[in-house]
Design a protein around this ligand. Structure first.
Ligand code: PLP
Length: 379
């Protein structure tokens, strides 16, 4: 078996190094192997959809269970017609959107992400203007955003929904669900009742620390399945994955995950504070297990050199001057901070990142087949 040394070195994909809850691990270890020969009894036999339905008070037939959020995104993307459909996404988003949409030759438009003093912010006026001009078939917003960690507010989402044609799917990618203790879950989910074209996509890869198992789900408004031509799994999903996911959702796991989210938030705040004492870097507030750092042009080559020789690595350049940092365990973050200090010293005379750089140049409306700006960076 190939020993995955890469995995031990690369901690820059927003995985959770602390691992899943004891109950989820036990479900994996104790899965009754002798039942592996049976299918689930059709899609609606999904044990996970039933659990999610209870937890979020949404009918089970409005829940999509998939192999990771990626699989659910594929279901959305693959339905689009490149000849006439376009997608609107926020600037600086999860690279996979570009990868898949580029492969399908679907047109991508971006709305602005504004850099405020302490955090990034979605420009909802720009989003609405672009909805009106391009009438995108899919409006996709990541909240909290990867790589910038900022969120969409309930008010923002209401404005987007009011502007979106009823024939457009409004999908909120909530892969980083669970790290924001101010998240207004009730208010967000109540919008599903009024907006049949709304969906929230989530995953067990981040908060639940099960990235390697590939489990995701979506909570949908009443029209979504029809709009995306969704077909349930004829023979059901994976029994073992569902058993682990159900254990992760069980009340016996909730203290574990609540504590984990708190620990990660504390580590994130400590790292942001330390980065902001340096001259060439500026770290932005975040509501996820990641945060963005702006790098002064002067420090860029130094940080690149440092990253090439730092293992394990929690950071990656996500745009020309934006570093994304995945919040790992304390010792990894200590190593990251030392790396940043070395690069800061090597870059010399003070030059606060904020004062010397701006957002990367904005991409005009592109055919996805022309590789978008961030496409060469991998998730
Ligand atoms: C915003 C966003 N959406 C979706 C995913 C994919 O999640 P999954 O592991 O469930 O496929 C990621 C993974 O990093 C992500 O950052």
């Amino acid at each position: 078996m190939q020993k995955n040394t890469q995995r031990r070195r690369l901690l820059n994909r927003n995985e959770i190094v602390q691992g899943p809850s004891p109950a989820a691990l036990a479900a994996l270890r104790n899965f009754p192997a002798e039942e592996a020969n049976f299918y689930y009894d059709g899609y609606y036999g999904s044990a996970l959809a039933k659990e999610l339905s209870k937890k979020f008070r949404i009918p089970a037939d409005r829940i999509i269970v998939g192999y990771g959020a990626e699989n659910i995104l594929d279901t959305l993307f693959d339905r689009l017609d490149p000849a006439k459909d376009a997608v609107l996404v926020n600037e600086l988003h999860f690279d996979y959107y570009n990868v898949r949409l580029t492969a399908r030759d679907v047109r991508i438009h971006e709305f602005r992400l504004v850099e405020d003093e302490r955090e990034f912010r979605f420009d909802i006026d720009d989003c609405i203007a672009k909805i009106r001009s391009f009438r995108p078939k899919l409006i996709l917003v990541t909240s909290p955003n990867n790589p910038t960690g900022n969120i969409l507010s309930v008010g923002d989402l209401k404005r987007i929904l009011a502007a979106a044609p009823k024939t457009s799917v409004v999908a909120i990618d909530e892969a980083y669900y669970g790290f924001d203790d101010r998240y207004e879950e009730k208010e967000f989910l109540s919008l599903l009742r009024r907006h049949g074209n709304l969906m929230f996509i989530r995953t067990f890869s981040k908060l639940y620390a099960l990235a390697g198992l590939r489990i995701g789900y979506a909570l949908c408004g009443k029209d979504i399945k029809k709009m995306i031509g969704y077909q349930g799994r004829h023979l059901g999903g994976s029994r073992v994955l569902e058993a682990v996911a159900v254990a992760a959702l069980h009340p016996s796991s909730s203290t574990y995950y609540r504590d984990l989210a708190k620990k990660i938030a504390l580590e994130r705040e400590r790292a942001i504070g330390a980065v902001n004492k340096l001259s060439h870097f500026k770290a932005f507030d975040s509501r996820a297990n990641l945060f963005a750092v702006k790098v002064s042009p002067r420090a860029k080559s130094f940080i690149e050199k440092e990253m090439a020789r730092t293992f394990p690595l929690v950071s990656k350049l996500y745009a020309p001057t934006i570093l994304r940092v995945s919040v790992a365990a304390r010792e990894h973050m200590d190593a990251f901070l030392k790396m940043m200090e070395r690069a800061d010293r090597a870059a010399g005379a003070p030059g606060k990142a904020a004062a010397t750089t701006t957002m990367p140049p904005r991409r005009k409306m592109t055919r996805a087949s022309k590789r978008p700006r961030t496409a060469h960076y991998k998730a």
